[in-house]
Design a protein around this ligand. Structure first.
Ligand code: ADP
Length: 614
């Protein structure tokens, strides 16, 4: 699949066309210098299908919209547009509304817009990207992948600031966390490298770039992260201060000439590595100066690395240990010096840096993970290449694949609970109720033409009797009595689990009617739970006749996943899952009356396709 990934930031933007099947990048455009008033933006282009042929140009545009349109013009031609399957956008703030990627529609767009209040520097540009791409590529599905999304799993103790809930609720003051796309991506890369399921690992992921954050990724979920309500909290960054005593901010606000705008500029633009070093937000410059003995540059490196180490220790405490520490982002991937600093005195965690491996580590597309820990290190130190563009493309491609069978994820299946019942031949009906007897329809059933009859029978086994077992009509060409496992115990008969109609060598049983009795040598079964559906339903769900699937049932207190559910497809069916009373009771599904199929009112969800039963 070919995904156009757009990442529209406040001062730069990036657009890539990624082939999700082989991970290749078909074309790439970067625009920088967008926020500079006195400088024209510059654009760097790797044209489609000419990988490596990057060239730079000055870009004569004065707003983000024009810059995005210009970038798309450079990247897209008719042939490329034809090959595109979707557009994926990095959207910084998903707020409470979005913890997973979504397809963009008018509602999603307006929610993203309303979240601009929380991310004024980012969401408006993300929206401009969405709208401009929508105009340029009408009809192509667009998806939003949120930087906050991965942190949707933060427990409330990590989400809450210690302020009165009345204030936090009214003003939406809570921790969201950012860099989620990167943290999730490098966590899965680290897990793949360690050949362990991410759900078995406790990872401390350090994204150290222009913006910096640490995440505690416990068994695949983010449980702590250093950025909070905004991307200002936590680590020292390129130009942002990260953690600072809120008292210091109040103190500044009380000084002459320090208003909110001034403090905002200080903390967002003039602090961090740039502020402490006094020269640059780029660690490369700072490292050079530090090597020449510049004290401020050295202090910048010390404050930065100390803060990262402090968070690593804290997050190890949060998770009760760590299996690996991941270093990523421009600094984490490239600065051996910073990794050396960060990796000091972590032996208490079982993490020991190998200085040689660290110095030589280079991550790239071919080797995205480098282990820089000593062989005896219990907790691995891994340098991992992040790739947010690719991460977005993967997520979008995954959603598109799901879209091809949307019902499997979206549609629910009505569930009917079958109480014990029997299907009889006309001959058996006459033996039980008299010659020429016809069943009397009592009420129709959900499957076309089927009805529950007025007549019932006694089902007699060696251990006991089931009274008033309903007969379902019309009559069939075989006798079949369907009971639940509990009924079998009562009857004293061990009946097999079978699909309806498969009665060969099933259990025998005696039936008693008003006018006679019949002993069946076979016909008693415990019905195999199944779903009736039409061929159109089957296509929607991506299943075939006789597939065996899982169905999740949502009830108030006893959610359950039924495995071994068999699919039965016929034009004559109506979509419905049939389970028996034991199964319904196990999930606390309601059943209104006895003796027929009853719509439980609860919804099943076809979870995933398992195997094709043969
Ligand atoms: P962003 O957060 O904008 O995605 P990056 O992850 O690309 O930023 O990180 C950019 C930063 O990485 C640069 O500002 C620079 O400080 C640092 N960096 C990049 N390459 C090196 C290097 N070779 N040595 C030290 N620092 C580097």
């Amino acid at each position: 699949m070919h995904i156009l990934v757009l990442n529209c930031g406040s001062s730069s933007l990036r657009a890539d066309i990624i082939d999700d099947d082989d991970g290749g990048v078909l074309g790439s455009v970067k625009v920088s210098g967008l926020a500079d008033d006195d400088e024209r933006a510059s654009l760097s282009v790797s044209p489609p299908d000419e990988a490596g042929a990057t060239h730079q140009e000055r870009l004569d545009v004065d707003d983000h919209r024009n810059a995005i349109a210009a970038a798309l013009d450079r990247l897209l031609n008719d042939e490329i547009v034809d090959r595109l399957d979707a557009v994926g956008h990095r959207v910084v703030h998903g707020g409470e509304a979005f913890t997973h990627p979504v397809e963009i529609n008018a509602d999603v767009e307006s929610t993203i817009e309303s979240l601009s209040e929380l991310a004024p520097l980012h969401n408006p540009h993300n929206l401009t990207g969405i709208r401009t791409a929508g105009e340029r590529l009408p009809g192509l599905p667009q998806f939003a992948v949120f930087d906050t999304g991965f942190h949707g799993t933060l427990p409330s103790r990590a989400r809450n600031y210690a302020i009165p809930s009345e204030v936090s609720e009214r003003h939406g003051i809570r921790r969201f966390g950012f860099h989620g796309i990167s943290h999730e991506f490098v966590a899965s890369r680290a897990a793949a490298y360690l050949e362990t399921d991410v759900r078995n690992l406790r990872l401390i992921s350090c994204h150290l770039g222009n913006g910096c954050s640490v995440s505690a990724v416990e068994y695949g979920s983010s449980v702590e992260t250093s950025m909070g309500m905004t991307p200002m909290e936590g680590l020292v960054m390129g130009t942002r201060s990260g953690d600072i005593d809120p008292g210091a901010i109040l103190h500044l606000l009380r000084q002459d000439g320090w208003d909110v705008e001034r403090v905002d500029r200080l903390l967002n633009e003039e602090s961090g590595l740039a502020g402490v070093s006094g020269v640059s937000n780029d660690l490369r410059d700072i490292q050079r100066l530090a090597a020449d003995g510049d004290e401020d540059a050295r202090m910048a490196i010390q404050v930065f690395s100390h803060r990262v180490r402090k968070y690593i220790g804290a997050y190890a405490a949060v998770m009760g240990g760590a299996d690996a520490i991941v270093l990523t982002g421009g600094i984490g991937e490239n600065s051996a010096l910073m990794r050396h600093r960060v990796g000091q005195r972590l032996e208490f965690l079982g993490a020991q840096l190998d200085e040689d491996l660290n110095r030589d580590a280079i991550v790239d597309d071919d080797t995205p993970v480098c282990d820089v820990s000593s062989p005896t290190s219990r907790c691995k130190l891994l340098v991992v290449q992040t790739d947010e563009q690719r991460a977005i493309a993967q997520k979008v491609a995954h959603l598109l694949r799901e879209h091809h069978r949307p019902a499997a994820q979206e549609a629910t299946i009505p569930i009917a609970v079958s109480a014990r019942h029997c299907h009889l031949t006309q001959e058996t009906v006459e033996e039980l109720f008299g010659e020429g007897y016809e069943l009397t329809p009592r009420n129709p059933l959900s499957q076309p033409e089927q009805f529950a009859a007025e007549e019932t029978v006694r089902v007699v086994g060696p251990g006991g009797v089931l009274e008033k077992v309903r007969i379902l009509g019309p009559t069939r060409d075989y006798n079949q009595v369907e009971v639940a496992r509990t009924d079998e115990f009562k009857l004293g008969i061990d009946a097999p689990v079978r699909m309806s109609g498969d009665i060969d060598q099933s259990a025998g049983v005696t039936l008693e009617g008003d006018a006679g009795q019949v002993t069946l040598s076979e016909g008693l079964i415990c019905a195999w739970r199944h779903i009736h559906m039409t061929p159109a339903d089957a296509e929607r769900f991506g299943v075939e006749h006789r597939d065996v699937v899982e169905v999740a049932v949502n009830t108030d207190e006893r959610d359950l996943i039924f495995g071994d559910v068999i699919i039965r497809v016929s034009e004559d069916y109506r979509l419905e899952m049939h389970i028996d009373t034991d199964e319904a009771n196990a999930a606390n599904l309601a059943r209104r009356s006895e003796g027929m199929l009853v719509d439980s009112g609860s919804l099943g969800r076809l979870n995933r396709r398992k195997t094709n039963f043969s």
